[in-house]
Design a protein around this ligand. Sequence first.
Ligand code: FFO
Ligand code: ATP
Length: 198
Amino acid sequence: MNGDTIDKTSLRQIARDRRRAFVSTLDPLAHRLAFKVLPSPLARRIADAQVVALYMGLDDEAPAQRLAQQLIAMGKTVALPRVLDRLGSMDFLRWQPDDILLPGPFRTSHPAPGDGPVTPDVIIAPLVGFDRAMNRLGQGGGYYDRAFARLPDALRIGIAWSVQEQDMVPADPWDLPLHMVLTEVELIEGLPAAGAVA
Ligand SMILES: Nc1nc2c(c(=O)[nH]1)N(C=O)[C@@H](CNc1ccc(C(=O)N[C@@H](CCC(=O)O)C(=O)O)cc1)CN2
Ligand SMILES: Nc1ncnc2c1ncn2[C@@H]1O[C@H](COP(=O)(O)OP(=O)(O)OP(=O)(O)O)[C@@H](O)[C@H]1O
């Protein structure tokens, strides 16, 4: 923890409270329509991807699973994470909206193993908070941090309700920034890495 910044635990508490308050007062129709359609800059950015990992939204999380139908119509394989242990390991399994889900740790659910894990080219990640520098605050288990480290070439996209934006999320040495954040009102794109070719 860094002495001059708010610690991640306090920030998580604030961000979860704010998210809960926002979702509970959201117009039901607005909630039903949110995150149903991929904005075209995002669709273009993932045009060449084969495997896109989503997640099943829990509680007040942004419901990423709603994007599955459109991704499948675009010819993508959709995957969901499977928590392998309580220490931060997970992999990704292929999923289609009619497939059954099996219960996993932390109230998560995951597809049946089928042909085994797949390797996503795009990881659409849940988050508790984010900032404009594209730092991500997660649940604190390090599951996505480890997946990002193992798959450094995958495009990292966060999905969140707009109120989950923070002025500043402290970044630890292991945190990899997101490339994009999708909210119910905008698509936020990170700056290209120094030296990157457009
Ligand atoms: N929908 C969803 N799926 C996901 C994640 C997520 O954040 N959201 N994960 C992201 O990493 C991974 C699972 N990790 C998780 C880690 C902690 C908690 C959680 O709710 N922790 C509670 C304590 C629950 C308990 O001990 O049983 C907490 O911190 O209050 C949930 C998921 C993979 N799948
Ligand atoms: N690449 C990694 N390899 C091993 N441990 C890691 C790695 N990345 C993060 N961790 C560990 O994971 C723990 C949680 O990190 P952090 O608080 O950043 O989680 P988070 O990003 O909020 O959680 P999540 O990714 O599950 O949503 C830390 O104790 C950290 O040491």
